[in-house]
Design a protein around this ligand. Structure first.
Ligand SMILES: *Cc1c(COP(=O)(O)O)cnc(C)c1O
Length: 462
């Protein structure tokens, strides 16, 4: 079989790719199935794929596979390509940097791009205090380093995290992540001195609880079972990602921040999924004016190139001895070039505004759908980070099978959706922020049809 027997696929991605939903084969198609069989023999089974169509090109709001199918992207590679895939400012800078030099190691011989990224991070992250940054390769690595910095700066050991938290897959971050299967199962023993506090999860509170009350529930637990004077840092996702796009009740984060201040505990905002315009502000903390001591970023930072950062109060960051932070590839020059191009794109296209517009469309459409589909227990989110929590009608009992069925139906119809949540029952929508409203609306039509077909319409349970 030769390549010419297959439908032609575009070689160049980026925003010039036709912005359309197009399904021309079954999903996955024959070429993807061929590649999947090859993969089966060569790639470790522990590495999964949500939708095993093999990608030929992507850009704007679509992902095109090797069979010529074009999917409307509601996942952004897990919140990474907010600026769009293969977006021009990123591609141009990456190309120029790769042609100049690809690596020297910042710890061996430094370069301007790293410094420029740290300067940009100081500008865009919450708060107008003096800030410094250190760059890494992955979100998990950033979280690990935030804990290292907090421990040295405070002279304390304990780390407090929350129910439903996701912080990564390395040993320390597995300990910080809540969900066992698949992230932790069989991989222990885990790092010590990690304590879990109750999260504010409005949909799942047995009785309505204000943000301040939920914060008090968490901090009194910390006071009693850990001891505030033992705590180096509280690490929290201001809007949770993998755990279910949980948006805490208003006032929860400010109350937590003020408890941290009163007890000399460092507040670390893990904005790896919620940061860089996703929630309609530059960072999710901005929504309530919360200023964390340290912020971890990754995913959306560099338009798809691997880069992560810890940004924090200059005096906290500088508590670490020289040579204590680093890594061979951290702040790679090509990844830094991509980040500068991505941040330029966020500014020139006003992506916080775009996220708010996309979010308003999603919340109003899905809110209306919830009136017709009793299996929709909750519609929530902020900006272009929106979730539908699916339950058995009339209860809060999670329905993971329904979430999987709806997601599969969307895939078959040319819409790339993701699920999440501790109970696996949450459909999460996090489109590229450059997705057109027309394409978003078409994707929501597909989603609504899939949901109605799988769950059945009916009067909403009281
Ligand atoms: C994805 C994610 C991480 C881990 O990032 P990796 O780059 O996959 O290591 C950490 N925290 C949050 C909130 C995330 O969404």
């Amino acid at each position: 079989m030769t390549v010419t027997e297959h439908p032609p696929t575009p070689l160049a991605g980026g925003p010039d790719l036709p912005q359309e939903r197009r399904v021309v084969t079954e999903v996955p198609g024959p070429r993807s199935r061929e590649l999947h069989a090859r993969r089966g023999a060569a790639v470790a089974a522990g590495v999964g794929s949500v939708l095993p169509v093999y990608v030929a090109a992507a850009g704007g709001g679509v992902v095109v596979d090797v069979d010529g199918n074009s999917f409307i992207d509601l996942g952004s590679g897990i919140g990474v390509t907010g600026v769009g895939n293969a977006t021009p400012h990123v591609v141009d800078r990456v190309r120029a940097q790769a042609a100049a030099f690809t690596h020297t190691c910042f710890m061996v011989a430094p370069y301007e791009g790293y410094v420029e990224v740290c300067e940009a991070l100081a500008q865009v992250t919450p708060g107008d205090h003096a800030k410094k940054s250190a760059l890494f390769n992955s979100g998990a690595e950033a979280v690990e380093n935030a804990v290292k910095i907090a421990r040295v700066a405070s002279g304390r050991d304990a780390v407090v995290v929350f129910d439903h938290a996701y912080h990564g897959r390395t040993n320390l971050t597995m300990a910080m992540t809540a969900k066992s299967m698949p992230y932790k199962h069989g991989f222990g023993p885990f790092a010590g001195e990690v304590y879990r506090a109750p999260m504010s999860y409005p949909f799942r509170e047995p009785a309505p609880l204000s943000g301040a009350e939920a914060a008090l529930r968490a901090t009194s637990m910390i006071d009693k079972t850990v001891g505030a004077d033992q705590v180096a840092c509280v690490v929290i996702e201001p809007v949770q990602g993998e755990g279910g796009f949980v948006v805490p009740a208003a006032g929860f984060l400010p109350a937590l921040a003020s408890w941290c201040r009163d007890n000399d505990v460092l507040l670390v905002a893990d904005e790896i999924q919620s940061g860089f315009c996703r929630t309609g502000d530059w960072f999710a903390c901005d929504h309530e004016g919360v200023v964390p001591d340290l912020v971890t970023t990754a995913k959306g930072i560099a338009g798809g190139m691997p880069l992560a950062a810890v940004t924090g109060r200059a005096e906290v960051m500088d508590a670490v001895h020289p040579g204590g932070l680093g890594g061979t590839y951290g702040g790679n020059p090509v990844a830094c070039a991509a980040a500068l191009g991505a941040i330029e794109t966020m500014r020139t296209l006003d992506l916080p505004g775009a996220a708010r517009r996309l979010g308003a469309v999603m919340l109003s459409r899905l809110g209306a759908l919830a009136e017709q589909v009793p299996a929709i227990g909750d519609v929530r989110g902020r900006g272009a980070m929106v979730a539908i929590e699916l339950v058995r009608p009339g209860s809060t009992e999670p329905d993971a099978a329904l979430a999987a069925a709806v997601s599969a139906a969307c895939h078959a119809a040319g819409v790339l959706t993701l699920t999440c949540g501790t109970y696996g029952n949450v459909l999460r929508l996090l489109p590229p922020l450059v997705l057109s409203e027309a394409l978003l609306s078409e994707a929501l039509d597909v989603l609504a049809d899939a949901l109605t077909a799988a769950a059945g319409a009916g009067p909403r349970a009281p």
